[in-house]
Write a new protein. Structure first.
Length: 287
């Protein structure tokens, strides 16, 4: 049981992909069984688990006291921290206390909602706007597009999405460090033992690091100015060359997006770019 989003599971060129999917696929191979993927709503993950419509939840789920009452959790496989996400030029909210009186948008049933409720119980007055089954990525995009002011995201999700939304700011932590783990139905100690054995094995043999690197490599490296320039040139320069790139890529059996990526790296879609060697743009244009 997982979620259809950029950090769990998705389909690219008719192939299933995703950090949680790749881990789950490796686990199925470890057990010698076939993997079947189901994607219920976020709040439906544990419910589906209880109804035995899935054997385990692999969805970037944080271990929390309330969840431990309804499911067994594996040993943690990733350390994360809840981060407040703002627009880059928001200098009004710089620490937790500044959330008092502010409206924060989060998905219903998340650890983010739990934490915000805890802060309110401690005396703050945060207006919590919950959304039904909306991915955290979409809320981050809404901050980027000025549709909402504030949301919360786990640090790994925040860093991953910063690549696409250069006008967001990953601000202060809302909580101490937390841990992601897989969940199984209460009582399923045998399966839980196999999961823990699996994670121990892949962390020792390098498989976990390989999968992690595939999706989260260099996420801490970020240049907002270069990213905005890149996004602008995709709209203003790429259209001039898209057709011929696609024709050349089809002729030679390449994904046109790969060719376009190389061209951008070499010349930023500038056909006048010069170097001591022939540029990729020149080669494509000659074609």
């Amino acid at each position: 049981l997982t979620r259809n989003n950029s950090h769990c599971y998705y389909t690219y060129r008719e192939r299933p992909m995703g950090f949680e999917y790749d881990l789950a696929k490796s686990f199925s191979q470890f057990l010698g069984v076939e993997l079947e993927v189901r994607t219920p709503t976020w709040e439906g993950l544990i419910k589906e688990l209880d109804k035995e419509k899935g054997d385990f939840v692999a969805a970037g789920m944080t271990i929390t006291p309330s969840r431990e009452k309804v499911a067994y959790f594996s040993e943690p496989y990733l350390v994360i921290q809840q981060k407040v996400i703002l627009r880059k030029y928001n200098n009004r909210v710089i620490k937790i206390e500044d959330l008092d009186g502010e409206t924060v948008h989060v998905r219903r049933g998340t650890s983010y909602e739990e934490r915000l409720n805890e802060l309110n119980q401690e005396g703050m007055h945060i207006k919590i706007k919950t959304h039904d089954d909306i991915p955290t990525e979409e809320l981050i995009e809404m901050v980027q597009n000025r549709k909402i002011e504030i949301t919360v995201a786990d640090s790994n999700i925040a860093l991953l999405n910063r690549r696409y939304y250069p006008d967001i700011k990953i601000s202060f932590a809302l909580e101490e460090q937390q841990y992601l783990a897989w969940a199984v139905k209460r009582g399923e100690k045998r399966l839980l033992k196999r999961i823990n054995k699996f994670f121990k094995k892949i962390k020792e043999d390098g498989t976990f690091q390989k999968i992690y690197h595939k999706y989260f490599a260099y996420i801490d490296i970020f240049d907002p100015f270069d990213l905005k320039k890149y996004q602008r040139r995709l709209k203003t320069r790429l259209p001039r060359y898209k057709d011929i790139i696609q024709k050349a890529a089809k002729k030679h059996g390449f994904d046109w997006r790969l060719i376009a990526s190389v061209i951008y790296q070499e010349s930023h879609f500038n056909s006048e770019a010069q170097s001591h060697t022939r540029t990729i743009m020149a080669v494509i244009c000659a074609y």
